[in-house]
Design a protein around this ligand. Sequence first.
Ligand code: AMP
Length: 111
Amino acid sequence: MTLFEKIIQRHIPADIVFEDDQVLAFKDINPAAPTHVLVIPKRPISRIDAANAEDQSLIGHLMLKAAEIARELKLENGFRLVINNGPDGGESVPHLHCHILGGRALQWPPG
Ligand code: AMP
C-alpha cells in the first residue's frame, strides 16, 4: 500500500481540504509555496505515464477539482498545477498526485 493509500484509508493523518467519491486533497507536509495541496485519485494510478483510457474521466475530474480547490483557496492571483513523473520528473510517491502551488510568484523554468 502506498503512503497516499494509507492517507485515503486514514491510517496516516493528513490535513484534508477536500474529498469526494473519486479524489482526496490534502496539504503537502513539506510545502514548497505558501499554499501547497496535493490532489490524488482514490483509485491508485502509479503515475500519469501509467494512466490509460479507462482513467480519462477520473483524471479529468481530478484536474477540474484541482482548479475548483485553487479557487476556494483564494489563489485568484494565479497558481500552478504540477504532476511529477519518474526520477527525472522528481516523483517521490508512486501514486498519481497533482500539486496545487500558489500564494507567491512562482519561477519559470522550474529547477
Ligand atoms: P512528488 O515529489 O511529486 O512525488 O510529491 C510527493 C509529495 O508528497 C511531496 O511534495 C511531499 O512533501 C509530499 N508528502 C510526503 N509525505 C506526505 C504526507 N505524509 N502528507 C502530506 N504530504 C506528503
